[in-house]
Design a protein around this ligand. Structure first.
Ligand SMILES: *Cc1c(COP(=O)(O)O)cnc(C)c1O
Length: 427
């Protein structure tokens, strides 16, 4: 088949029905699959034949959608998981064990920060956090002999910092380890992270990829280029026999294109079971059909709101990576030529109480602890997610008392502009 463009792949990649088959990806809502003989099924358990036997490990609906995401992100293999948290945990744990070390950007999603700083530490994996805007020297100084990977977010939630993927990839590869990037906010539409040297890409599909706040989900995509064999001693889980599968060596049996994802599916999904429901995978596949249309609208609306706020006397500051005068403008132009995301943060003059008044005045935007779906939603961390902190503690956490996070949806921009202006008028 000739290569199609991105928008076409959003509709067709991963599932091409044969004559008389359903036009939409079928929802295979079945835990198990029947076989004619025990022998046929035994071959599946030995990884000698391909096929489905139990939906905890693989399910045809989820696999169609995973194949679509692999195509959209430009990778060689992908898997779906029940949440973005599960995706980041599997992506890291697939190549890290007790005694290993990770280097991560400090500017990442709070859940991932906890995962690395607290929970994986309890499992014996240590993490050194670095400022995403650090120098190459500072970045290189964070590595240790037992470092197994580098982690960052292409556009960080909620700080909206933009990762210099080439800088992080260069440092990772210089130390013989892969770069994993969480591409949730930019999506495969916004950022072709593999083109800039990322090796593994993760997503919380809960956000723009599903797009309708309907289903939690996660995905891991392998770019298929990292040479695990060149650093055999660092990645024994991929390059030496797996006793739980009669001694299969993943890099030998599945090649560089398939080793990492196959191991994560047959070993981690088997043992941890963070499996998406087929209906959730189907909802994700449906959401992906309109991803480019939605992202263009999210970005256009967010830019209009950010530019209105820049001129507004009651806005103290505005942060949106898509602004032409963003400090990341050059990086954005290189890494995200089509657009960034729909999330804008800004400060309301008058601090905490002014921000609370602003929130109360909104009519179209809903107050929700969510981001990145079709409907505009807004969060004031100081009075919700971070409400136990005083103003000093908030500043230390990088969240000022006046900070409002607006996740700009795809409503008519005139209604959104009016909503924000009216609410600011009441402050
Ligand atoms: C939301 C989010 C996650 C966690 O995803 P869930 O689907 O909520 O588990 C991870 N990374 C980023 C960047 C996110 O925004």
């Amino acid at each position: 088949m000739s290569e199609n463009h991105f928008a076409t792949d959003c509709l067709h990649a991963g599932y091409i029905p044969k004559s008389g088959e359903p036009r939409n990806i079928p929802i295979i809502q079945s835990t198990t699959f029947r076989y004619e003989s025990g022998e046929a099924m035994g071959a599946l358990f030995d990884l000698e034949a391909e096929g489905y036997f139990y939906s905890r490990i693989q399910n045809p609906t989820s696999d169609c959608v995973a194949a679509r995401i692999a195509k959209l992100q430009g990778g060689t293999a992908a898997m779906l998981l029940s949440s973005g948290q599960a995706a980041n945990f599997f992506a890291v744990f697939n190549i890290c064990s007790a005694g290993d070390h990770v280097v991560s950007s400090a500017s990442i999603y709070g859940g991932t920060y906890n995962l690395l700083a607290v929970t994986m530490k309890r499992m014996g994996v240590e993490c050194t956090f670095v400022d995403p805007d650090c120098t190459e020297e500072e970045l290189n100084a964070a590595f240790r002999p037992n470092t197994k990977l580098v982690f960052g977010e292409t556009i960080a939630n909620p700080a909206l910092t933009v990762l210099d993927i080439e800088k992080f990839a260069k440092a990772a590869h210089g130390h013989g380890v892969p770069l994993i990037v969480d591409n949730t906010f930019a999506t495969p539409w916004g950022c072709k992270a593999f083109d800039f040297g990322a090796d593994i890409v993760t997503h919380s599909t809960t956000k723009y990829m599903d797009g309708h706040a309907a289903a939690l989900g996660g995905a891991i995509v392998d770019g298929g280029k990292f040479d695990w064999n060149a650093h055999k001693d660092k990645f024994p889980g991929l390059t030496t026999p797996d006793e739980s599968y009669h001694g299969v060596v993943y890099t030998e049996r599945f090649g560089l294109e398939g080793a990492y994802i196959t191991k994560a599916v047959v070993q981690l999904m088997r043992d941890f079971g963070a499996t998406p429901a087929p209906i959730n995978s189907w909802l994700l596949g449906m959401g992906l059909e309109t991803l480019p249309l939605r992202m263009e609208q999210h970005c256009a609306n967010a830019l209009a709101i950010a530019q209105m706020l820049q001129k507004h006397p009651k806005a103290a500051w505005v942060n949106y990576p898509g602004l032409p005068d963003s400090k990341y403008a050059a990086l954005v132009k290189k890494q995200m030529p089509h657009g960034t995301c729909g999330v804008v943060s800004f400060g309301v003059k008058g601090g905490r109480s002014a921000a609370e008044k602003f929130m109360a005045g909104l009519k179209v935007a809903s107050i929700a602890t969510h981001v990145a779906d079709a409907k505009t939603c807004v969060l004031h961390p100081a009075s919700t997610t971070h409400r136990q902190m005083n103003d000093q503690e908030l500043i230390a956490a990088g969240v000022s008392a006046d900070l409002i996070r607006l996740s700009v949806g795809i409503e008519d921009v005139r209604d959104l502009l009016a909503d924000v202006e009216n609410a600011l008028a009441e402050v």
